[in-house]
Write a protein that binds this ligand. Structure first.
Ligand code: DGL
Length: 266
């Protein structure tokens, strides 16, 4: 069986392209429709009601493109609205929380897991709940790192200031003797080197973007929805809710690739 419909991915903005980058590696034959809600970003400071309302609209937009699976790339939207989305729509929908939690539990040796994310993700307790569901005796330590998102979008990941800010945010987690740290926000994989430097080589970093791409592959495969036609380049369509210019610039940095097809969603 083969299904050549595209996969839909949405995020609050450009950050979900870390998920797209991983999907390009892990699902190289799948077409993709990406929606970045650039007019309403950030989600990380907003309420559950607002994020859920935005997320419903984002899925409705993707459904108009006849997607076979929806990937909620945004950690904040996954934390706060995934359960509701799953109840509202028939299309399979997956988020980043469970795959990230599963990978962390599978990797930890001492059962002490750290999670970093936006303020909304952290205060939702979603990662903690997902981890404890799999491994109830684990100890979970969390922290929000709100300045990481603007640092990445500004292209400052390699500047000294990023290291200084990371060290302020992460030093409380370092003291907790965690051996695994979930990068629970779309932007944080871009800061992997900086975070690794602060946390030390012994702490394993879990990239939720990579884990959700692996999960998407598993689900498509088990539902007979993979695109088995391997004879053409996949088509990626990008849509944003605000003017595309800034998105294109940041997107090319995220994907290390030229992007020419970004449209404003109608
Ligand atoms: N995409 C968001 C997340 O992964 C980060 C940016 C935002 O706050 O909207 O949580």
């Amino acid at each position: 069986m083969s299904d050549n419909r595209p996969i839909g991915v949405f995020d609050s903005g450009v950050g979900g392209l870390t998920v797209v980058g991983q999907m390009r590696e892990i699902l190289p034959h799948e077409d993709l429709v990406y929606f970045g809600d650039t007019a309403r970003v950030p989600y990380g400071t907003k309420s559950k009601e607002t994020i859920t309302r935005f997320s419903i609209e984002n899925v409705e937009f993707l459904m108009r493109h006849d997607v076979k699976l929806v990937v909620v790339a945004c950690n904040t939207a996954s934390s706060l609205s995934l359960d509701f989305l799953k109840r509202c729509f028939k299309v399979p929908i997956i988020g980043v929380i469970e795959p990230g939690a599963k990978a962390a539990v599978g990797s930890t040796r001492n059962g002490r897991i750290g999670v970093i994310g936006t303020a909304a993700t952290i205060s939702s307790g979603a990662y903690e709940k997902a981890i404890k569901k799999i491994k109830p005796d684990s100890s979970v330590f969390t922290g929000s790192c709100p300045l990481f998102v603007p640092l990445v979008e500004e292209g400052w990941a390699d500047k000294k200031v990023s290291g200084e800010i990371a060290s302020i945010y992460l030093s409380p987690l370092k003291k907790k003797r965690i051996d695994t740290l979930i990068l629970g926000c779309t932007h944080y994989p871009i800061l992997k080197n900086v975070i690794r430097k602060v946390m030390g080589g012994r702490v394993l970093l879990i990239d939720s973007a990579k884990e959700v791409a692996k999960e998407a592959r598993l689900i498509l495969d088990s539902c007979g929805l993979l695109n088995r036609a391997q004879d053409k380049e996949p088509v990626y369509k990008f849509f944003v809710s605000d003017e595309p210019g800034r998105f294109v610039k940041t997107a090319e940095r995220f994907l290390k690739k030229r992007i020419n097809c970004v449209r404003r969603a109608e």
